[in-house]
Design a protein around this ligand. Structure first.
Ligand code: FUL
Length: 682
């Protein structure tokens, strides 16, 4: 057969291209690939988020840009303390909210009149970006900035002129404070003054970033450097591809669905790895009301496994307090968390094991156990389902398996299953199955004792495995869980079997000399319950947990709507919820007239749920004549972070009936969900 000249030229060029793309042993990279900067970024794994600004002082999650800059007055600000804490916690960098949705700039920007310059802090001569970037350099941490394009203060917001204002602002930040490793763009695009919304010029913004910081990773819902992983609870998808189709999408309302962001897309055309942003407290900004709500080591450890353990970086928010320092509870927790991670991963049992594979390969299989990311093992091109056998030689117990793909050659593994050898059955038994690996995947399973395991891979191209590690993590003592039912009975539980639990109800910290919990107790008038779990006579202790309760909903009833199960909103259980039509206001009869300082709304803790984002709140003595105490008010950040909302009234009110009437939902549906409605009298 005669091949035409043009075709043969094309074939030669094509083969030449493939050949030149192969690595030294002939492996062809697969699919979208990380840039060298994305690889370096992925290897950072864990860094700190700092939310700080007027909201720290006004106790709100979203300021409206009308706050007096005089409220911003930290009494003892110390960015070196933030950096020292991040370093000691094992983090690799800090990203700060240079400007949040209120528009307040933590540096004296030329392009705004709502900045630290207008505040009393350092007589208006301070600059937090300068102090923090210098502290990061001193502590060998990378420095990153969050800048919200949504700006409720700037007069130009909502007009084409604002895009240039924002570009100038970006330019100012990115050219004045040294190297920036990550530019964090919040996709939130709310209303500015007069209800105007902005059409953002993303390509202008990106050009400014790359012109000033060519190595910066741009974060947004759709990257291009890294992506939001779809919720603010710290839970990346069990399947998590670093690849995504981003063409035609934009951050914010035009982004792919949160499910897609959570899992990435197999075969996606761009490399946009996931970043998990989550706060150590329920909100992003500091509030004294969350001093006893700092996540426990158990909770942080779970987040470690559902973020770093699922092919995602972890951006953990630690909001400085009103002094401008990281609160002692948060910093102690960070140190405990680091210790717990080191404990779990201290002894890699692979070191003593022998490894072999059934597959043809030009690579040394022992590369997977040398703990060097840059050496790897791969089956021959075309062999997409090889197996690896790990022989511990003697009976070995373990409960964690860590795997890493060598991502410069692409993300390839789509599923794998692990079997262990059972001497009793003289055969392999199933241990655990999973889907993607990516840069890092860590599996947890009940402790198994065996001499050997076998891992069968399924991949889109021959798997390229850089590392496999095996660990026996000791079971950590879980912190207690405190719950109270409708009648006011408090139950304290613990996931760890049979620890001793001690508690207090006077606000003091529990210890072995406090009351030992052995049965539920009544707390219908409310109070603070603090509890601790212990084993070995206090040899091992959990974190102290604390729950504040108001008057129990014992005498309450739901007047309307009359839908089935509606009483779940006053059952004291935040895990049960009801669905109600958008036109149905919730009316509660408290059964007595009470003095209320505010109310609480507990949404369904899921970003896909249709929760209430705006509402009217009314009160009444007789259930007929109503006074509106909140009109079209907003539950801040409800879409992305559906956590309990404490709403305070301007003054104490006297009422027997409550009415919550939604005016906007987080999704476009005609029904909303609610888990609990509560009151604040204390
Ligand atoms: C969200 C914001 O609306 C929150 O306030 C917070 O800054 C979070 C990290 O991003 O989109």
């Amino acid at each position: 057969m005669k091949i035409p000249f043009k075709t043969s030229l094309f074939i030669i060029l094509f083969l030449g291209l493939i050949f030149s793309c192969k690595n030294e042993k002939g492996l062809i990279p697969y699919g979208a690939l990380p840039s060298p900067d994305q690889l370096k970024w992925q290897q950072m794994e864990y860094y700190m988020f700092i939310h700080f600004g007027p909201n720290t002082f006004t106790d709100v999650e979203w300021g409206d840009g009308k706050e007096d800059p005089k409220v911003f007055n930290p009494t003892d600000l110390d960015c070196r303390q933030w950096a020292a804490t991040a370093k000691a916690a094992g983090m690799k960098g800090i990203i700060i909210t240079a400007k949040h949705h209120d528009g307040f700039c933590l540096w004296p920007s030329k392009y705004s009149t709502h900045t630290v310059r207008e505040s009393p802090w350092k007589d208006g001569k301070g600059d937090i970006l300068k102090e923090l970037s210098e502290a990061c350099r001193e502590y060998d941490l990378k420095f990153g900035v969050y800048l919200s394009p949504w700006d409720q203060n700037h007069p130009a917001y909502g007009t084409p002129e604002y895009n240039q204002v924002f570009a100038n602002t970006l330019n100012e930040v990115l050219s004045n404070y040294g190297e920036v490793f990550e530019q964090w763009f919040d996709g939130a695009n709310g209303e500015g003054k007069d209800g105007k919304r902005q059409v953002y010029d993303w390509s202008l913004f990106h050009n400014i970033v790359y012109r000033n910081q060519p190595h910066a990773i741009i974060f947004s819902d759709v990257g291009p450097g890294c992506r939001w992983m779809g919720n603010e609870r710290g839970i990346a998808g069990e399947t998590n591809w670093s690849t995504l189709n981003i063409e035609g999408f934009e951050p914010g309302a035009k982004a792919p669905s949160t499910e897609v962001l959570n899992r990435g897309e197999q075969g996606g055309k761009a490399w946009v790895p996931a970043e998990t942003d989550v706060s150590i407290r329920p909100g992003w900004f500091y509030s004294p009301s969350t001093d006893d709500k700092v996540k426990t080591v158990d909770e942080l450890m779970n987040i470690y496994y559902t973020s770093i353990g699922r092919n995602s970086n972890l951006l953990l928010n630690v909001p400085p307090d009103r002094r401008g320092r990281i609160h002692p509870t948060d910093s102690i927790r960070l140190m405990e968390f680091r210790k717990a991670i080191e404990e779990e991963f201290k002894d890699n049992l692979m070191k003593k094991a022998e490894v072999k594979s059934n597959a043809d390969s030009q690579y040394d299989i022992s590369n997977i156990k040398d703990e060097d990311y840059d050496t790897y093992w791969a089956s021959a091109d075309g062999d997409q389902s090889p197996s690896i056998e790990i022989n511990f030689k003697t009976s070995t117990s373990f409960n964690r398996l860590l795997l890493q793909e060598y991502i410069p050659l692409g993300q390839r593994v789509s599923s794998f299953n692990v079997k262990y050898w059972s001497d009793k059955n003289n055969d392999w038994s199933d241990l655990v199955e999973a889907t993607t690996i990516g840069y890092k995947r860590i599996l947890r399973f009940p402790t198994v004792e065996t001499k050997k395991i076998k891992i069968d891979f399924n991949a889109l191209a021959s798997p390229v495995i850089s590392t496999i590690e095996v660990f026996k993590a000791s079971e950590q003592l879980s912190a207690p869980i405190i719950e109270r039912d409708k009648s006011g009975m408090v139950v304290i539980k613990c996931k760890t079997p049979d620890p001793s639990i001690y508690y207090t109800i006077d606000g003091s910290n529990p210890s072995v000399s406090s009351v030992k919990y052995n049965k539920p107790f009544l707390l219908s008038k409310g109070g603070i319950v603090k509890a601790i779990a212990m084993v070995n006579d206090g040899g091992e202790k959990s974190d102290i947990v604390s729950e504040s309760f108001d008057i129990a909903p014992e005498k309450w009833s739901v007047v309307s709507p009359s839908s089935e199960g509606v009483s779940k909103i006053i059952d004291g259980n935040k895990n049960t919820s009801v669905e109600v039509g958008i036109n149905d206001a919730l009316v509660i009869d408290l059964g007595e007239v009470l003095n209320l300082k505010g109310f609480t709304y507990t949404p369904v803790a899921n970003v896909q749920a249709s929760n209430i984002s705006r509402y009217d709140f009314l009160i009444s003595i007789d259930g007929k004549n109503w006074d509106k105490v909140k009109s079209n008010a907003i539950f801040n950040n409800m879409k992305n972070n559906p956590v309990i909302q404490n709403v305070w009234f301007d003054k104490v009110v006297n009422t027997r009936y409550l009415k919550l009437s939604p005016t906007q939902l987080t999704t476009g549906g005609d029904k909303y969900k609610i888990a609990e409605l509560g009151i604040i009298t204390r």
